[in-house]
Design a protein around this ligand. Sequence first.
Ligand code: AMP
Length: 612
Amino acid sequence: MTAKDDPIIGIDLGTTNSLVAICDEKGSRILKDGESNLIPSVLVFNELGKVLAVGHRAKTLKSLDPKRVLYSVKRLLGKGKKDLAALPFKLPFDFSPSTDEVIRIQVGAEKYSPIELSAEILKRCKFIAENALGRPLKKAVVTVPAYFNDSQRSATAMAGKLAGLQVVRILNEPTAAALAYGFGQSSQEDSKIIAVYDFGGGTFDISILKVTGKIFEVLSTDGDTLLGGDDLDHAIAEYLEKKSNASPCTEEDRVLLLSQAENIKKALSVETKVAVQLQWAQKLQWSGQITRDEINAVMKSVIERTLSSCKNALKAANLTIADVNEIVMVGGSTRVPLVRSLVKEFFKKTPNTSLNPDEVVALGAAIQASILSGETTDALLLDVVPLSLGLETMGGVVSKIIPRNSTIPCAASEMFTTYADNQTAVDLHILQGERELVKDCRSLGKFKLRIPPGPAGLPKIEVKFLMDANGILQVKAIDKKTGESAVLEVSPSFGLSDAEVESMLQAAFENAQRDFAERQLIEAKNQARALIQATEKSLINPLLDAPFRAVQEQKIRPVVKALKIDLESAALEIILTRVKELDFITQELAQAILNRSVSSHLTQQSIESISG
Ligand code: AMP
């Protein structure tokens, strides 16, 4: 099957607007919904709670009962109920009470999860693309913010699945924007640092990318989920109120003033002055001329807040302004000339603005789609794992399998065995975080692998961690002897808020020394217990003759007893010294067992060869 038979679309699933694009022999282009490139991420429901309209038609019906209009669902995607309280704003939805962690919104008689709602938006994108291309479509690349965690990425992929789309790749929005500008498509190995400055209607994101040949790495991200073009509108509206000496009284008038402020802002992105007739409450409140310079003075402090995020992102990436080779502008607010000039002044470089900032992410997603479908030459896109992933081992210690900042897709495996005789199952507990102990990490899930009973230490269980290019984790445990296996995929209901990721990293940093000491102690105790178990087993080995056993018992038993007492209370050093002592004192016993088992094996063989 060729790429032409099975085209892949690129979707920018946005908080306010979504876009769908394709990249084929005509190049990368947006697939329009009628006249418009943007598909509002808005849903309207009928009285029964069934979906009535999504996109443009939903926006025109927005004046219906507000309880039947949903928007900004991306802000809830992949989050759990406990994250609701931590949201820095309140969404006026009817959140349905339930016993589980999953967020559901009540609309009429129906309840919807953010995944189902996002699926409706993706369905609309699929429908528009199928209409434009005149053929059914099955696959898509969907973009997400670079800071989205595992749960948010899995939730996005799941929404695609519900929409009837196989999400072949979850792509970071800044990576998509850089791709649209043609970065990452050369086979030269030299690295470039790209700052992607994304200033939309309600959010600001800055991402620092490193592109080496065709490989993208996200070095750092920063931003403000409550800073956008809306804040510029509010600042301008406040200025207009002062200038006209009139204030709107009703909520409706305030909305009118805000929309006039937005229009002035947009007009002044092109013109240097505009004639304004301010109107609300059905009357002319003020008329006159407003200049770009005047408005620039009003907007400056808001725009400067984005620059402090840029500073933080550079610091987190351990870079300076001089290291940045390119700046890519994304989002409608980057059309504001003052935004462009302040960004230029900050980075001391002219930003890339030749593409439409609303479309750049979707265009990049379509380019990545065509790379994956084989339509464009190969390129590899890589991101990093935000927090380490590991497995619980004996004594509540975490064994890290995939370390933080590993480039994805990645896979790692480790061999484990049993600690007790005749275990019939191995419990696998997947954890995320930088801390050494299970109690301080975040549990991602548990599963069991059944094994046939046998002596401790004999089974060989291979545990494979696989983080795919979409950042979704699959853990597989395989019993190497029986070939039996069990798999766990991390479920999106385990939502982590951004603030939690941050605080987990902070806690790991602050507790690093204490955690390490605690881990050393647990590991020493594990080692001691295993040695005690093996020694006690050896002392009753039937291959030993009675006088030799008696001598060994007399020598070894007191040390075993002392080590058992040390295990209860002693410090690391004492346990380690005692373990060494026991190790040394049991050498004769171990050697004797080895000799006797070898000679018994040889005797057996010679008898077999004679009788044969
Ligand atoms: P986005 O979320 O990327 O669609 O960005 C929407 C934001 O871009 C809104 O705050 C708009 O007011 C703003 N915007 C769109 N066009 C312009 C323009 N020509 N000049 C200034 N701001 C604009």
